[in-house]
Design a protein around this ligand. Sequence first.
Ligand code: SF4
Length: 488
Amino acid sequence: MSKLSVEEIKDRSRGLRGTIAETLTSEATHFTEEDYQLLKFHGTYQQDDRDLRVERKRAGLDKAWSFMVRSKIPGGDLTAAQYLMHDKMAEDLGNASMRITTREGFQMHGVLKGDLRECIARVKAAGLTTFGACGDVVRNTMGPSSPRATAAHRDALAISEELTEVFLPHSSGYFDLWIEGEKVDASAAEPEPEPIYGKHYLPRKFKIGLAVPPQNDVDIYTQDIGMYPHVVEDQVAGYSLVVGGGFGMSHGKTETFPRLADPLFYVHRKDVVAACVAIVEVQRDFGDRTDRKHARLKYTIEDRGIEWFREEVCRRLDAETAPVKEVTWDNVADDLGWHEQGDGQYFHGVFVPQGRVHDTEAGQFRTAFRRIAQELHLPSRLTSNTNILFYNIAEDQKPAFEAILEECAVPRSEAMTAARQTGHACVALPTCGLALSESERVFSGLMDEVDPVLRELGLEDEPLLIRMTGCPNGCARPYNADIAFVGR
Ligand code: SF4
């Protein structure tokens, strides 16, 4: 039988169920290609340890299969309990590390097939979900990472939560497979309607991010929908929307390219969610389902034009629109170190090399963050630059916070060059199946060589943006960096 297209796999999946339930309880070491595609919607990628591929093949062994499980965390905002759940899960079911993603989520690597259910159920029990963290749906909605006590920052987080709710797939397949488990006969289930996505979901993944000027930490121009607020008398009056950004491309295929988003329109606050739904529906109906490399919103807009797109969205939207508001951005970095929140409390941003939360000779990041959540009960924000900010810190908690960082030898961002503070790299080898080169594992070494040069040139405070990816897909957003390394 010829290989099914992803569109055909979705069509036959009965609400994203496929034969996942059967494989979960079988002796099979891994899932079929069809279920592999469906698993993504449930927030997990089937992977193998690529460092071991050759050796295992020579020994006549199967690949070393495991799973990456990704939590959806709107705006990257975590309670202390939710943080601790991830930390414990990394120890119990993963490879004793967590990876902060460039979409403000957490990824757990090295989860075995037999532990998948437990892993996903724990995320759900903590009040989060993995459903829609990957797949052809709206992914984790990103918000400004700074927990500043302003109307704009509060509202951006509220919108990222509203959008997460609105765009959560409706299929009960997720609940049946991961929460109810073997109690439900998944093969007998009939899918329920998906009011926004329809039976075939979206042509490709879809990304939404909000930023509060002048800090464009989520890179709104690289999102399918980017947004920024317009504040009047300390109230958010509305949002300007930009559409059609995206960085994925393929080497040697000139018809694929990175693209920055175009201005769409301004809408009042009350109409923002409806505007996003209308945009997603246009992409659902007009996105290219014949070629996955040409299926993102950026190509729909590039091919048909932004005027056509605006008209098509407005036709479906019962709301007043206006041209986007003027905006000035002055940085894309995270607020590392100490900052006042504006409500008498503080937040502190900690630099995490390549977003990998683990204990190494370079610093006991995982121990430090666990202790901060356990002993000080502080909430946190995962950032799009793959760092972490702890917030709601009272004045009298600051010494204890500092002591934990000190005792765990967590490097202080104040001593780093600005380039190291803002640079980041994607995961790549050994877990990403698409990686053509190293990225996460070599980036710190690269910066060890770059830093002395910057210091010699007096550029240690220059926010030079250096990013690296292990393939042209652009997960670490390389194409708008000052210097980018893209694997090939
Ligand atoms: Fe994998 Fe490529 Fe994304 Fe890096 S950019 S994580 S190598 S898909």
